[in-house]
Ligand binder design. Structure first.
Ligand SMILES: Cc1cc2nc3c(=O)[nH]c(=O)nc-3n(C[C@H](O)[C@H](O)[C@H](O)COP(=O)(O)OP(=O)(O)OC[C@H]3O[C@@H](n4cnc5c(N)ncnc54)[C@H](O)[C@@H]3O)c2cc1C
Length: 372
């Protein structure tokens, strides 16, 4: 029999959970504190300028396709996807690397910078593809209830890659610092230094060079709106402006939430909000971890973001631009090891209206600058 399920939040994770639970026959309600759905993938529109406030890189299109296919749909039922070419540009102090939309275009660019590097790149990306097939097509699809899910025939064969780092693996194969920075960049998305990230995570390099960088026309918020469709069709009730103040527990089981001072009973409570915050909604005795535990954890760093409307078109930049014209090692040290304002930060600049006219008024450009 279907259960009554309350889901906290309306980001990608909550919307996805809501769709699958509703499809399984449960009665699902989403409670979102903000006035709009989307969480960290929110969108801000002002005077015809559309800013994606968080996510802006559409990678791993296969994952989005799989999600919609599970509900009898395709991404193309909801939004138009463009493969960006070039995918992005990286600006160094004395050169610019242009990452094209296929290995055929990326290899000559590597050769230009380091003779013989394209053969090594092909081998590195082939290994990255194998890792992608294990990580994304197998491991992430498991329920995540036991660490033993990570122990498979494939991961055992790749166990050495959990003891080497991306940084050492890339440096073993490539000598030019610009190529090294280009291949280390994708794991920065994971929120840790490449020298602290196992080389198994090279699957991010396959996502980058193998699968490409895409853009949904109208911006990343199209995905959130699209995911809201199967949710609504399956009867999920979405309550925005509804902050959950407490998760109720009775006889050791969650049995509801308190939202805007009102008790709402539920058989199951699912939280898509941050773990630490979600635990704080439980009475102390039901929390799995103490404050001491959380204080010792290293969280992925946040970013400083500027959303800028330009009254003219930009030149010599692309949709995605990475400015790596300062010392990466020093930047990483100041972000991760001895946290402080970076002396000379690396930054990312996004101009989606370069490839998508709908993101800015005619003759103008929408820009978003993210200091990593
Ligand atoms: C600046 C930035 C850039 C990023 N760039 C990319 C990118 O380019 N590509 C990419 O794939 N990913 C990117 N990400 C990551 C991606 O955006 C996030 O991983 C994703 O949006 C997280 O979704 P989520 O559902 O896990 O959590 P969230 O989006 O954080 O959703 C949690 C929701 O819970 C709500 N909530 C919290 N507490 C309560 C409460 N008590 N009651 C009710 N509601 C509550 C929040 O308002 C929020 O809506 C980026 C993230 C950031 C911040």
């Amino acid at each position: 029999m279907g259960k009554n399920i309350a889901i906290i939040g309306s980001g990608f994770s909550s919307l996805s959970a809501a769709c699958y639970l509703a499809k399984a026959g449960h009665d699902v309600g989403i409670y979102e504190k903000n006035d709009t759905i989307g969480g960290r993938a929110a969108q801000f529109i002002k005077d015809g300028f559309t800013f994606d406030m968080g996510a802006s890189w559409y990678w791993m299109p296969d994952i989005f396709e799989k999600f919609f296919r599970d509900f009898g749909k395709s991404t193309s039922d909801y939004y138009k996807l463009d493969k960006l070419n070039p995918a992005y540009k990286i600006f160094f102090a004395d050169d610019v690397i242009t990452v094209g939309d296929s290995m055929d275009k990326i290899c000559p660019e590597f050769e230009r910078i380091e003779k013989g590097s394209s053969a090594e790149l092909k081998k590195f990306i082939a290994l990255a593809q194998e890792n992608y097939n294990v990580a994304i097509n197998k491991i992430v699809l498991r329920p995540g209830v036991s660490p033993f899910e990570l122990v498979t025939k494939e991961t055992i064969l790749k166990v050495d890659q959990f003891f080497k780092t991306i940084s050492s693996e890339v440096r073993k194969r490539f000598k030019n610092p610009k190529l090294i920075a280009t291949l280390e960049f994708p794991v920065l998305f994971l929120g840790a230094k490449p020298s602290d990230t196992p080389s198994f995570y090279s699957f991010m390099n396959f996502a980058d060079f193998g699968l490409g960088t895409w853009h949904p026309q109208g911006g990343m918020y199209q995905i959130i709106e699209a995911m809201g469709n199967p949710a609504k069709e399956l009867g999920v009730k979405i309550h925005v402006g509804s902050e959950v103040e407490k998760i109720l527990v009775s006889k050791g089981n969650c049995n509801g939430i308190v939202c805007k001072g009102q008790e709402i009973l539920a058989d199951i409570v699912v939280s898509g909000a941050d773990y630490h915050h979600s635990e704080g909604l439980l009475d102390q005795e039901y929390r799995q971890y103490s404050e001491m535990y959380w204080n010792k954890k290293t969280f992925a760093p946040s970013s400083l973001l500027f959303y800028i409307a330009f009254n003219s078109k930009m030149r010599n930049v692309e949709h995605h631009n990475l400015f790596f014209d300062t010392d990466f090692e020093r930047h990483a040290e100041e972000i991760y090891d001895n946290p402080q304002w970076p002396t000379s930060p690396l930054f990312y600049a996004n101009f989606p209206s370069i490839t998508d006219d709908s993101m800015a008024p005619e003759g103008c450009e929408t820009g978003f600058f993210r200091f990593l």
